[in-house]
Design a protein around this ligand. Structure first.
Ligand code: NAD
Length: 407
């Protein structure tokens, strides 16, 4: 298994090889500013008490308050959270938003908890960490297995402990609880805007064949949005496996089926495939939207997509990046492709602080303008430097972070 933080460090070195930055700046960026591990006691429904490990890694606040999601997963550990926090630092700079980078998590399989246990664990994470959170300090959001409902429990606990009524400390809340219009679909929508800004430059048809790995918040929304814009979703998957139908799947129907049946097994009119087979399907766009380390040196040669759009964080390892670049398959890096989520989270934070409510139309218009501009920026930089899109995006981010870091 590739260590995601080591991969992140390799990505940083690669960008620094394209353009020189002061050594002390790079040294500082190789470590987070603060890393906190907490042991959260949880009273289980059966009366016993269990301890769960939780984390918050505050990587850099050079450009603004720390910002980043909270992940609940049995394989989550501090190395993973540190890598995700580093990527948030780069991502906020690539997107041009006034935020730093952070990430949090709990090592837990939330499917094994009751709703009451999940709520108490989420409130417990806040009780352990609230002194280092706040609208001007650190603003968490949802990630894998964390939902708008969990953000409400967390924001409520934060208010109880601090009296802060702005609810600007947690983003990704439901609209009726101070969330932003469009936040739910923002990562998928942002991914679509990035793709759309690149489509003609990469020479893809206006009815592209799209394969999506993962059908949670990000993959599920992306599949619907691509279909709504006339593209054909030929394959989708969840953690248990995937399905393919060359004529096209309806993501709403697939989600509905999964909700009822618990898996994609037996979906009418489609053939079942493994996640490994799904990654190797011939298509125009491959969208990894699940977890890290999906495209590695072991399967990069099998990838037949014309473009990889990384909506998950860290799905492609550095060796796989090189193998795909050598085969002229552009990889649109996570730090650009999935930056729509944190961008709309930042809109939510701004609306909460200013006590405003923006329409969905306004939110998506702003998001599209920002992503069109930053996608073209990254593309032009990659062409000029004759390098891949990840190195180009990192160089732009490093320029923006080093600009602000003058202490
Ligand atoms: P989610 O929990 O809503 O969904 C995750 C999906 O991935 C589920 O469908 C799950 O079945 C599937 N999955 C899990 N393991 C898998 C595996 N081994 N193979 C195939 N599928 C698998 O999570 P999400 O919020 O959609 O996040 C997905 C990715 O997007 C993560 O990498 C996350 O960090 C990233 N991301 C999320 C946001 C956001 O706004 N939620 C923003 C930016 C990036």
């Amino acid at each position: 298994m590739n260590n995601p933080f080591q991969n992140a460090q390799i990505q940083l070195s690669r960008a620094a090889a394209i353009k020189s930055f002061p050594e002390d700046f790079l040294v500082r960026l190789r470590s987070p500013e603060r890393e906190i591990k907490v042991f959260i006691p949880l009273k289980m429904d059966d009366g016993s008490t269990k301890i769960f490990e939780g984390y918050r890694v505050q990587y850099s606040n050079a450009r603004g308050p720390y910002k980043g999601g909270i992940r609940y997963h049995p394989a989550t550990d501090v190395d993973e959270v540190r890598a995700l926090a580093f990527w948030m630092t780069i991502k906020c700079a690539v997107a041009g938003i006034p935020m730093g980078g952070a990430k949090g998590g709990i090592t837990v399989d939330p499917k094994k908890l009751s709703k009451n246990e999940l709520e108490q664990l989420s409130r417990g994470w806040v009780r352990m960490l609230y002194p280092v959170l706040g609208p001007k300090i650190d603003v968490p959001a949802p990630d894998v297995n964390t939902t708008p409902e969990i953000m409400v429990w967390m924001a409520d606990e934060y208010e109880r402990l601090t009296g802060d009524k702005s609810w600007a400390t947690f983003t990704g809340k439901p609209v009726e609880k101070g969330g932003s219009e469009g936040r739910g679909a923002a990562t998928g929508m942002g991914g679509f805007y990035v793709f759309d800004a690149l489509r003609e430059l990469v020479g893809l048809p206006n009815q592209a064949k799209v394969v999506v790995q993962g059908m949670g918040n990000v993959g599920g929304n992306a599949a619907k949005i691509f279909k709504d814009h006339g593209h054909v979703i030929v394959a989708m998957s969840d953690s248990k496996g995937g399905i393919i139908n060359e004529k096209g799947l309806d993501p709403e129907e697939v989600e509905e089926y999964k909700r009822k049946q618990g898996s994609l097994h037996g979906f009418p009119g489609a053939k079942e495939i493994t996640n490994g087979e799904l990654l190797a399907l011939p298509c125009d766009v491959l969208i990894p939207a699940a977890l890290e380390n999906q495209i590695t040196k072991d399967n990069a040669a099998d990838i037949k997509a014309k473009l990889v759009l990384e909506l998950a964080n860290g799905p492609t390892t550095p060796e796989a990046d090189d193998a795909l670049f050598a085969r002229n398959i552009p990889v649109v890096p996570d730090v650009l492709a999935n930056s729509g989520g944190v961008t709309v989270s930042t809109f939510e934070w701004e609306q909460n602080l200013k006590k405003e409510h923006w329409s969905e139309e306004e939110v998506f218009k702003k998001l599209k303008e920002m992503l069109d501009r930053e996608t073209k920026n990254v593309w032009v930089r990659a062409q000029t430097a004759k390098t891949d899109l990840r190195r180009a995006a990192f160089v732009i981010a490093l320029e923006r972070i080093s600009d602000k870091r003058n202490d």
